[in-house]
Design a protein. Structure first.
Length: 124
């Protein structure tokens, strides 16, 4: 059970200057784009701030689905859709690199020779 004093140290204050409404757009195949729309405290749109777009998808691996996501440098939904393929490729490459680094660390810790890891990358 957690310490009651510990929960008193957590700041649950809402940042009222950084509020967003989330919209989700999908093609029901591969793409999911979240649009974060800045809003004021009354819930109305805040045109003084820019929208933020995030792209995400999943790849199936032998170990199950691998989520891939990235912020998209876009100011409109159309730009976000155009940027999506390249951003997902870059995010996938970064994920594979991190998995390979984890694989190497695991092998070093266990003293196993290269190639005997239990971590699988999507390209294997």
């Amino acid at each position: 059970m957690s310490d009651p004093a510990e929960s008193q140290q957590i700041d649950f204050t809402i940042d009222k200057q950084n509020l967003y409404r989330e919209e989700s757009i999908t093609d029901l195949k591969v793409a999911s784009i979240r649009c974060m729309i800045p809003v004021k405290t009354d819930g109305s749109d805040d045109p003084s701030r820019s929208r933020i777009f995030f792209g995400s998808t999943q790849l199936m691996t032998p170990e199950g689905p691998l989520p891939i996501q990235s912020q998209l440098s876009a100011s409109s939904l159309e730009q976000a859709m155009d940027e999506f393929p390249g951003a997902m490729k870059k995010a996938l490459d970064q994920t594979i690199e991190r998995l390979k680094q984890m694989q190497q660390q695991q092998q070093q810790q266990q003293g196993k020779p290269q190639g005997e890891s239990r971590i699988y990358t999507p390209y294997e």
